[in-house]
Design a binder for this molecule. Structure first.
Ligand SMILES: [Zn+2]
Length: 205
C-alpha cells in the first residue's frame, strides 16, 4: 500500500505510534517526523520515561487505579485519609477517575474494573476486578457503591450484574444519572455534567 520509502526504524516507529487512540497512519507519520527533529537528549529522555513506567507505576493494591510503586502501591486516593472510605465509585478504566475528579464533587474512593462485561469479546466477570470489590465490601465500612459505567448495552449489563451481585451485602448501590457520556468518554465530560450526574444518581435494586 505505502509508497513511502522510509528506513526500517522509521517504519517501526510509525507502526508503534499508530497504536495511540485516534492516531492513523498520517498522524503517526507527522509524529515520527517531529520526534526525528528532537535533539537526541530529548528522544532519550522520553524513551526512558516510557520504559521506566513498568517499574515506577503499578496497580493500586486496593482499587486498581495507577499508583506510585514507592507509595506502598496505594494510589493517591486510597492513601488520602481525608477521602470518605464509605463510598466507592466503580469505573471501567483508570482514565475515568480524572473525569470524576474534575467534577470536584466526589470525595469517596474508587474501584477500577479494568473493562466491562463483553462476552462477545471474551470479557467475562472473572476477567474484571470484581472479586477485589467484593473483598473491600466484606471488610466493612462501605455504605454505598456508585456504578459510574457506560450507558451503552455492555455498560448497563455490567451495572445490572454488579447490582445483583452486591444485593446481599446490604450496601446501597446506585448509578450515575443519565446524561453522562458513554464509557471512556466520561474522561472528557465537563465538570458540571459530571457533578450533575453524581448528584442525581439513581438507586439500583
Ligand atoms: Zn487506590
Amino acid at each position: 500500500m505505502s509508497n513511502e520509502k522510509y528506513p526500517d526504524a522509521m517504519n517501526a516507529l510509525i507502526e508503534a505510534l499508530k497504536s495511540f487512540p485516534g492516531v492513523g497512519k498520517r498522524s503517526a507519520e507527522r509524529m515520527a517526523f517531529a520526534i526525528l527533529k528532537w535533539p537526541g537528549e530529548k528522544r532519550e529522555a522520553v524513551g526512558s520515561l516510557i520504559s521506566g513506567l513498568s517499574n515506577s507505576v503499578v496497580s493500586c493494591v486496593v482499587c486498581g487505579n495507577i499508583a506510585d510503586a514507592e507509595a506502598d502501591a496505594r494510589c493517591a486516593y486510597c492513601a488520602d485519609p481525608s477521602r470518605d472510605a464509605s463510598i466507592i465509585c466503580v469505573v471501567e478504566e483508570v482514565a475515568q477517575i480524572s473525569g470524576i475528579e474534575r467534577g470536584g464533587f466526589f470525595r469517596g474512593l474508587y474501584h477500577v474494573l479494568g473493562g466491562r462485561l463483553a462476552p462477545l469479546e471474551g470479557k467475562h466477570a472473572e476477567d474484571l476486578n470484581i472479586e477485589s470489590l467484593r473483598a473491600r465490601i466484606a471488610d466493612g465500612g462501605v455504605l454505598e457503591v456508585i456504578l459510574a459505567l457506560g450507558q451503552d448495552v455492555e455498560g448497563r449489563a455490567t451495572a445490572i450484574y454488579l447490582a445483583d451481585l452486591l444485593k446481599t451485602t446490604g450496601v446501597k448501590v446506585s448509578r450515575l444519572a443519565s446524561g453522562i457520556p458513554v464509557g471512556a468518554d466520561l474522561s472528557y465530560a465537563d465538570s458540571a455534567t459530571i457533578a450533575a450526574a453524581l448528584n442525581g444518581r439513581v438507586p439500583l435494586d
